[in-house]
Design a protein around this ligand. Structure first.
Ligand code: 9WN
Length: 443
């Protein structure tokens, strides 16, 4: 983490222009209390987006970065979950689907502790928040202490992790499970295809997509995917978002999600030490989670971490960028780091034209260069892998990835994702986490 704070300021004119462009995106996408991922496609507040955005915002205003995280935490449920969307009440319901009248959090989620004052979704996203909070604190410790930032967020972030480790340990082996493809943040990854085939889709006339008003159909999940997303979310809602009562038809242990939990537990330990609280519980959790991640999700012959489908209790034989993100974990066995590096730099994940990391195996049977999480290269996962490379002192590889990131982010107008073979932008432009993480790499 220290390396994030030690980088030299940009020195040349191109970097300064890029920095200004990235700052402009974050200013334009700021609503007054938080930042939308995109003014068109995603006009509310998203959970892991806000964490990545805060990591970049801290270079513009530590105060605003704190606000970004605290506004998200205002939507936290009493059971500890941080919902994946906090809705902006000023927007009409047709601005995004599924809208508040689908999730009905304040009514359907009342027993699970949904807030009465805000409408949110009922599912979660990867736990990047504690890592983000610690980096935000480190950016301006004086301002952070003055506002009591860590004292305010530490109990909430601890409750969030407690929720994941207690209520979401659906496999009973000490890892957190996701119960909807939106939860790992990689909606239509081929990793979920087999599990989703078991789900009866909601009928097409039961819902109206809003994403196709702003996104190209070839870049987005299909209608069949949406039918299944709707079915799973509606079933969870109808069970009162109660993790003990719900009968999950989709339950997966995802490597990226759990790697982020480990790194965020380590961040909680750092925050606890800083505030004079007990850090040992978080350190012990991070160590135990690391052992379980390796025991349950490492695929030695494949040289990558894999998702575990808890309904069949088998590893999913698809290679996605999620399986490379555990490079972030500092105390991985050295031979696993070596194998991950081989996989990252091998033919499945080396996109020569861009130098970015595709979201799915370039040689995989389901690879699609345009369709969302089925091949395009994303900037948040590139940033995570960049951090992982530095964590293991793979500085030359980290520098190469950083340079590819900054070049492509600038050339594409801060695109949501790019075709890894051509570098052409796909999805939304002026996308907040792309801009925020560019700023972070430039500062
Ligand atoms: C559903 C906001 C989010 C990201 C996810 C990305 C996409 C939403 C959607 O956009 O998901 O949550 O409507 O497709 O997959 O990672 O957080 O940027």
């Amino acid at each position: 983490m220290k390396s994030l704070l030690d980088r030299p300021a940009p020195t040349d004119a191109a970097a300064l222009t890029l920095r200004r462009g990235a700052a402009r995106v974050l200013i334009d996408n700021w609503t007054g209390t938080s930042t939308v991922p995109s003014r068109t496609l995603y006009p509310h507040q998203w959970s892991w987006d806000s964490a990545f955005i805060a990591i970049g915002l801290r270079h513009l205003s530590a105060r605003r970065a704190q606000q970004e995280l605290e506004s998200l935490l205002a939507g936290q449920w009493a059971d500890g979950r941080i919902p994946h969307i906090v809705f902006n009440p000023a927007l009409p319901y047709d601005a995004y689907f599924p809208s508040p009248d689908f999730w009905r959090s304040s009514a359907a989620g009342r027993a699970a502790g949904a807030p009465a004052a805000a409408e949110t979704s009922g599912i979660v996203q990867p736990p990047v928040h504690a890592l983000a909070a610690w980096l935000v604190h480190r950016a301006d410790p004086v301002e952070s202490r003055r506002r009591g930032f860590l004292h305010r967020v530490l109990p909430r972030l601890s409750a969030w992790h407690d929720y994941l480790l207690a209520r979401r340990d659906l496999g009973g082996a000490g890892l957190a499970a996701v119960v909807h493809p939106w939860e790992p943040g990689m909606d239509n990854s081929p990793c979920w295809d087999e599990a989703l085939r078991r789900i009866e889709p909601a009928p097409p006339d039961a819902f109206q997509r809003a994403d196709l008003d702003h996104g190209h159909p070839a870049d987005r999940p299909t209608d069949l995917d949406y039918g299944r997303y709707v079915r799973l979310a509606a079933d969870y809602r109808d069970a009162g978002y109660d993790d003990r009562a719900a009968r999950f038809a989709f339950a997966v242990e995802d490597p990226c999600f759990n790697a982020l939990l480990i790194v965020s537990e380590r961040a909680l330990a750092a925050m606890a030490r800083e505030t004079g609280a007990d850090a040992t519980v978080h350190t012990a959790r991070a160590e135990a989670l690391t052992r379980r991640l390796v025991a349950r999700l490492w695929d030695e012959p494949a040289g990558i971490f894999r998702a575990r489908d808890l309904i069949t209790d088998t590893l999913v034989e698809e290679s996605s960028v999620s399986g490379l993100v555990p490079l972030l974990v500092p105390d991985l066995p050295p031979h696993i780091v070596d194998r991950l590096l081989d996989t990252l730099t091998g033919p499945s994940f080396t996109a020569p034209a861009t130098g970015l990391v595709p979201s799915y195996d370039l040689r995989g049977h389901a690879f699609d260069a345009h369709r969302y999480w089925r091949g395009p290269a994303w900037f948040n996962t590139a940033w995570l892998i960049h951090q992982g490379l530095h964590t293991h002192a793979l500085d030359a590889e980290a520098t190469a990835l950083r340079s590819a990131f900054v070049t492509e982010a600038g050339a594409t107008g801060f695109a949501e994702y790019v075709d890894p073979a051509t570098g052409r932008p796909r999805g939304a432009r002026h996308f907040s986490w792309t801009a925020a993480l560019t700023l972070d790499l430039l500062c």
